[in-house]
Write a protein that binds this ligand. Sequence first.
Ligand code: HEM
Ligand code: HEM
Length: 277
Amino acid sequence: MGESKMLLLALGSAAFFGIVSIFFVLRWVLHFKEGLGWDGGLAEFNWHPVLVVIGFIFLQGTAIVVYRLPWTWRCSKLTMKFIHAGLNLLAFALVVVSMVAVFDFHNTAKIPNMYSLHSWLGLAAVILYCLQLVLGIVMFLVPVTPVYWRAAFMPLHVYSGLFIFSSTIAVALMGITEKLIFGLSNPKYKDSPPEAIFVNILGLILVVFGALILLIATRPSWKRPSEQLSHILHTSGGGEDNIRVGPALSQLSEGTDDGEIRRRSNRLDDQDKLPND
Ligand code: HEM
Ligand code: HEM
């Protein structure tokens, strides 16, 4: 299978598993649990898993791979930065509401706060995510930030983004398991009632979604063509004559020669003036 087909298959599968995970979490709280409400009780708690799955997992994952969508490669880098930052901001807003829901529920029910490993790692992930957002905006959207700062910061941004995203999946799996152990009494979790099987499957779906997002975001030949070209230019040690386009690029731009691809990608980067951000 060609690189472009593999990329489309990975993107399609990620979209499928991401959307199915949202259906699963909604069915869990609406069918098996107390539904959704804002009354300080269990219905308010239920916003916690719903909003973290939609915001912290699905939207963050989508924001991470947004640069890798082939149909956006003709958009300017600046447009894509606004979409990437906007999706992350929206995700953060939903995560904040989900935190308010769980803390409010704990306070109303007089349950202690921050006693579990889930809550420690969860809050750490939210704080790091907030820091990543602020630094991302300052480094890549504020026009006066020097170009060499941006270039130096980029590897850290990508590493910490992938680290936070992976941690989020791990934290969600811990939360799911905790909730099943607390919530199931007759029959118990160990007796595998339908709710437990259903929610275990939700956990599996989240892992598959996470694995697909990490695959898409780390495969060099699936990068935006302008990034592939600048990467090759910076690593091949040669000038323009040494450019070899990556497989995804050559297949996705059938019918165009290397010169045309280079002209297009230079045009894209020109609008932003930065080869590497
Ligand atoms: C509690 C974060 C996902 C279930 C908490 C608390 C935090 C947190 C900070 C502590 C609240 C307090 O002490 O008052 C997160 C983050 C998640 C996440 C960042 C993103 C992935 C989930 C999911 C579930 C869940 C998917 C599944 C139902 C729980 C439960 C508690 C809780 C049962 C109360 C017990 C405890 O404090 O450990 N969460 N959570 N969480 N969360 Fe999550
Ligand atoms: C790339 C995560 C916020 C700008 C990336 C990548 C990840 C990531 C994982 C690598 C994607 C890839 O290689 O395809 C995050 C997370 C954020 C966040 C989790 C929020 C908490 C921001 C913000 C900006 C920004 C606010 C400001 C514009 C960029 C840029 C790239 C990037 C310019 C390079 C894309 C490329 O290589 O073409 N981000 N990011 N990020 N991010 Fe963010």
